[in-house]
Ligand binder design. Structure first.
Ligand code: SF4
Length: 373
């Protein structure tokens, strides 16, 4: 089975921290959706084993018109003949777009999971990020989605804002938990090159939180979520029982996926490919029958390195039993010092990070990858 990712790179405005490719040129929406459906048809064979999940991400998919959302699902139906009833079908939505009309339109589609970028429940911090919603809209959006039968909702939060206190972060977690989402993702604020936030940092207008505050915030997050019954199944992700994101789990567990749209990535198990980032180039080339992508073949060693970077993010970690003997010996030997330091654990079949290890995960992952020969 395969996962299908569809990238919708439209945003109403740009948030200061965002390094994703997206455009505010709404007038390209119809042409883009036509190109997406064309790309689906070109790649029909890649979904021949059947689809397990669909994830419509962005950008801001909730900026799509109702007719374009319908066209995308009609396209999937025609090309891949999915068994919708057995699938997880997620759409990323911004809270301000979740109106009654939008929910009615959504209820006419197979979407059964919504991932919503709440980010924070502080209106001051939302304005700082230049988000378009306020905190009250998040609760309203959750109520509206539940009213049309969407019973699988994920909320994204951010922490580590300049000057944010642990008490303020704890309040944000409480606000999210009060909505009882089935799933929650939490990421620390990142200063990515090319973003306005990065330039503000470079000019000294904002400063990063210190390591100790970061640790306290992450510990509060894990403790509060676990106490509320959520499974901490990936470094940044928490789920109620049976509500792990099936689509994202496939990225961490080496399952193939098809990525459609400008800048979307695909993985076949043997090959990785990525589409051109420019929306206009994407539309032009697809409509002339050319798939605008580059690819690379994944050899055993790259496959091993990828697995270290992805599987180690999960609570179950790396499955040592499925690993070629040469790599297994290497990783078990390299991990010994981290196991001794309480940063990793193993039961002989699995190797994973402990919470202490998560704080130094970048360093551990880099160390466990194969050195250049
Ligand atoms: S964070 Fe989301 S809404 Fe904001 S610019 Fe990035 S993709 Fe668009």
């Amino acid at each position: 089975m395969t996962g299908l990712y569809i990238h919708i790179p439209f945003c109403e405005s740009r948030c200061i921290y965002c390094g994703f490719y997206s455009t505010t040129r709404r007038e390209l929406q119809d042409d883009y959706v036509r190109a997406l459906c064309r790309e689906m048809a070109m790649r029909k064979d890649e979904g021949a084993d059947g689809l397990a999940t669909v994830y419509i991400g962005g950008g801001t998919p909730s900026q799509l018109s109702a007719s374009n959302i319908r066209s995308i699902f009609d396209g999937i139906d025609d090309v891949f003949s999915p068994d919708w009833g057995k699938m997880e079908i997620t759409m990323e939505c911004n809270p301000e777009d979740i109106t009654d009309d939008f929910c009615r339109a959504l209820s006419q589609t197979p979407v059964n999971r919504v991932s919503m970028g709440a980010q924070t429940f502080s209106d001051v911090r939302l304005r700082f990020l230049r988000r378009r919603h306020d905190s009250a809209q998040v609760a309203r959006a959750v109520r509206r989605l539940r009213a049309v039968g969407i019973d699988n909702i994920s909320i994204d939060l951010m922490f580590g804002f300049p000057g944010e206190t642990v008490a303020e972060w704890t309040d944000d977690i409480s606000c999210a938990l009060a909505l009882r989402p089935e799933h929650l993702s939490a990421y620390s604020l990142q200063y990515e090159e090319g973003t306005l936030l990065y330039r503000m940092l470079a000019k000294g207008e904002v400063s990063e939180i210190d390591d100790e505050t970061y640790r306290m915030m992450y510990n509060v997050l894990c403790d509060r979520m676990e106490a509320a019954g959520y499974d901490h199944y990936e470094i940044s992700n928490f789920a109620l029982p049976d509500r792990r994101s099936r689509h994202n789990s496939s990225y961490w567990h080496d399952v193939p996926y098809i990525g459609l749209g400008a800048s979307a990535h695909s993985y076949s198990g043997k090959q990785r490919s990525w589409n051109v980032s420019s929306m206009t180039e994407y539309i032009r080339l697809i409509m002339s029958g050319v798939r605008p992508s580059e690819s690379e073949t994944i050899d055993e060693r790259t496959h091993y390195d990828d697995m270290v970077m992805t599987a180690l993010r999960t609570r179950e970690g790396i499955n040592l039993d499925e690993m070629p003997e040469e790599f297994r010996k290497y990783i078990v030997g390299s991990a010994e010092k981290y196991i001794g330091a309480g940063e990793m654990w193993t039961d002989g079949h699995r190797l994973a990070l402990t919470r202490e290890g998560i704080f130094v995960s970048d360093m551990i992952m880099a160390d466990l990858m194969r050195p250049d020969e």
